[in-house]
Design a protein. Structure first.
Lengths: 345, 376
């Protein structure tokens, strides 16, 4: 067995070990998350709920199935969406600092959503229409960022600066529009500015599940192509892939995943930055490994963030803290650290 | 490529299992069928009763259907005995109707009648979270058979409530903007409990009392007084209540002209706007202690508002505690609110206010301002 073959086998073994470990961890987090809430429903009650069907169990079912389970699953699926979107965007831009929020996709999605709801209020009733609109917004924002980045030199730093400009513009606009939606149409919209999982409905979870499974599968199928374009267009052509097609398709997928998460839970930043980095740190830069690991880690990170939100909100008795605030607090120092290491070098 | 397909399959299975679990909460469906069966048996019993006593018209009291403030048809399957109120105004309405004994949960701001605070401290009534953001888990946990929500703050929770299978009736509550709104809320709640007579008596009494204040104002032929209402200390900005708010209604009925009434809803006035209107009376409605109220008066006397007639005449009132509550809360205590405002605006007719929770600018302060104005 030659060295390369041995190295490949080693890596494969490590990957499956990590995958198994993360799956177990995620399962525990999932169960723990079902345990967290302001009522006195604990793990023991949940376990007995599954075995017996006493009279009080309808309340238990209500609390677990209609409040805690949708919220937990939503946190996990949105984590998957954002993490995979991060992997895709980083591959497309060949920039490890790229992220759906930092490049303006999230704010663009929210701006278009708010605009559409102001023009046609009844659109807010259909999650599908809202998602389509926010998808268009995310795509436009991404295109704007890429164009602006090209115009100012096309370097790694210029992409981030362009993203900053686009994000600033759209987030100002979306704050303004969100205020109008909230006060004129009496809809819960301001909450979306900083992302929250407090108003998740069961119907939302089904859509999140479908989109994240589809997104994950597509990203995995594209993993080799993404690997190829990271090493340059010529490399991709040699392998028989059209780099332009790959890039367009990956960008659209990233925009779709981001926009669905924004449509349901609002802007939750930095998951798409932290998670792919963690995955690469563990397993290297091969996207065939990075995509599944990021999916698991994304679910884990956002679920843990939301558990933190629920415990803190309950403990401090100040009402619901937006989960987007928590991920930003976690993500910003990480971003600063990346700037120090990547841009300085 | 092989690895990736396997991984995709495994993860897909894990995620898929979760979804299937969520989509089909079997036991929930079971419970609903049981209640429906009960309903059926109830109606069949009542038909038996009506056939036996043909001459007397016995109408089954429950189930009954009411139309709530959102215009929705809500079916009440039996007389509610575990009621959750999501706003202070609703809590007051329930207690005024004598339904306090059925209240098992209230929002954090409900504090009247004092009994509510006592029972909440004893843990007999559950605090179900803030007015703007109720805690769904707490609400579900205490198993209410009726939740009364507010068309102002809670309209956005409609879908979540129905997903949770709660029987929710919306009333105007904190969003009520007139006597009629308060009375229709009381009427709707009474209808649910079949105590329409009680509601009728309350309505008559309230209408009578407010009518007598209005007649008094008419007979004395007093002119309308220009009022500036401030919500919170002026350092927060001049937040006021425009038309379509309860406060605006109270001012109007009490013989006042609310200078913010040309705007709609809650608005922030500019200093220029206020000086142009030049109010004769300033009423600050806020939460806080008498000491803080005095500080707010000092603040007003040293601000640009010192140019107004209200400050020059010393007609600056700060309402705290219960005086604040009755003014901002559309409740059955509406008569008290109108009386208080009438006293503030027309003390020559109704006598000076003497409540501990109403703090008036002291005469010394007023003379001091008069002097500085003179010197200036």
């Amino acid at each position: 067995m030659d060295y390369a073959e041995k190295y490949f086998q080693e890596k494969k073994r490590k990957f499956f070990l990590v995958l198994a470990f993360l799956s177990v961890l995620l399962t525990f987090t999932f169960i723990f998350s079902l345990n967290i809430g302001s009522s006195n429903v604990g793990l023991l009650e949940i376990l007995t709920l599954m075995s017996t069907s006493s009279k009080t169990s309808s309340t238990l079912i209500n609390i677990v199935y209609n409040l805690r389970l949708p919220r937990t699953l939503a946190a996990m699926f949105i984590g998957v969406l954002l993490a995979i979107s991060g992997v895709l965007i980083q591959s497309v831009t060949r920039n490890s600092l790229a992220e759906p929020f930092l490049l303006g996709l999230s704010s663009g999605a929210l701006t278009f959503m708010a605009l559409a709801i102001i023009i046609v209020p009844s659109i807010a009733l259909s999650l599908h229409y809202v998602s389509v609109i926010s998808f268009i917004g995310a795509l436009i924002a991404f295109t704007l960022t890429l164009t602006l980045s090209e115009a100012i030199g096309g370097s790694a730093t210029s992409l981030i600066l362009a993203g900053l400009a686009v994000t600033a513009g759209f987030s100002g606009l979306s704050s303004f529009l969100a205020f109008i939606v909230q006060s004129k149409l009496n809809m819960p919209f301001l909450i979306l500015l900083l992302g929250s999982l407090s108003q998740i409905l069961r119907g939302h979870v089904v859509m999140l599940a479908l989109v994240s499974i589809a997104g994950f599968t597509l990203a995995l199928i594209m993993a080799k192509r993404l690997n190829a374009i990271i090493y340059g267009d010529e490399h991709a052509l040699q392998l028989g892939y059209n780099p332009k097609t790959v890039r367009i398709f990956a960008s659209m997928l990233a925009a779709l995943l981001t926009s669905v998460s924004v449509a349901i839970a609002g802007i939750i930043g930095f998951i798409g930055l932290i998670v792919p980095h963690m995955s690469r740190l563990i397993i290297g830069s091969d996207n065939r490994y990075v995509v599944p690991l990021s999916a698991l880690l994304g679910a884990l990170v956002l679920c843990v963030s939301d558990i933190f939100v629920r415990i803190a909100s309950e403990g401090l008795a100040i009402g619901e803290i937006p989960v987007g605030a928590v991920t930003s607090v976690l993500g910003a120092p990480f971003f600063a650290y990346l700037l120090l290491t990547k841009v300085k070098a | 490529m092989k690895i990736s397909i396997i991984v995709a399959l495994i993860l897909g299975l894990i995620i898929g299992a979760g979804v299937v679990n969520l989509v089909s909460p079997g036991s929930v469906t079971v419970t609903t069928t049981v209640t429906q069966n009960q309903k059926v048996s109830e109606t069949s019993v009542s038909t038996v009763v009506t056939t036996i006593m043909e001459t007397t018209t016995i109408k089954p009291e429950y189930p009954l259907t009411v139309v709530d403030a959102l215009g929705r048809m809500i079916e009440i399957s039996k007389k509610p005995v575990r009621v959750v109120s999501l706003s202070p105004a609703i809590t007051e309405e329930l207690y005024a109707l004598g339904l306090g004994k059925y209240v098992v949960g209230v929002d954090s701001f409900s504090d009247y009648p004092p009994e509510v605070v006592k029972l909440r401290n004893e843990g007999k009534i559950v605090d179900v979270g803030g007015y703007w953001q109720p805690n769904f888990e707490k609400i579900v946990e205490i198993e209410p058979d009726l939740v009364v929500a507010d068309t102002g703050a809670h309209i956005k929770f409609r879908e979540k409530f129905s997903e949770l299978g709660l029987t929710v009736v919306y009333v105007k509550g904190g969003a009520a903007s007139s006597l009629e709104d308060v009375l229709s809320d009381i009427g709707l709640l009474a209808q649910i409990f079949h105590i329409e007579e009680v509601a009728k008596n309350i309505s008559l009494k309230i209408k009578e009392q407010i009518g007598s204040i209005e007649r008094e104002l008419l007979s004395k032929n007093v002119s309308k007084v220009k009022v500036l209402i401030l919500l919170g200390p002026p350092s927060w900005g001049y937040w006021s209540a425009g038309s379509g708010t309860f406060i605006n209604y109270v001012v109007k009925v009490s013989g006042g002209y609310n200078i913010a009434s040309k705007y709609h809803g809650w608005i922030k006035l500019s200093a220029e706007d206020i000086l142009l209107e030049n109010p004769d009376v300033i009423v600050v409605s806020m939460m806080g202690s008498p000491g803080e109220a005095k500080k707010v008066i000092d603040e007003i006397f040293s601000s640009e508002l010192s140019q107004t007639n209200a400050v020059k005449k010393g007609n600056v009132y700060v309402l705290i505690g219960d005086a604040n509550n009755i003014l901002v809360r559309p409740s059955p205590r509406i008569v008290e609110a109108v009386k208080l405002m009438a006293q503030i605006l027309h003390s020559e007719v109704f006598g000076e206010v003497s409540r501990e929770d109403v703090i008036k600018a002291s005469p010394q302060l007023t003379s001091l301002v008069a002097q500085t104005v003179y010197v200036g």
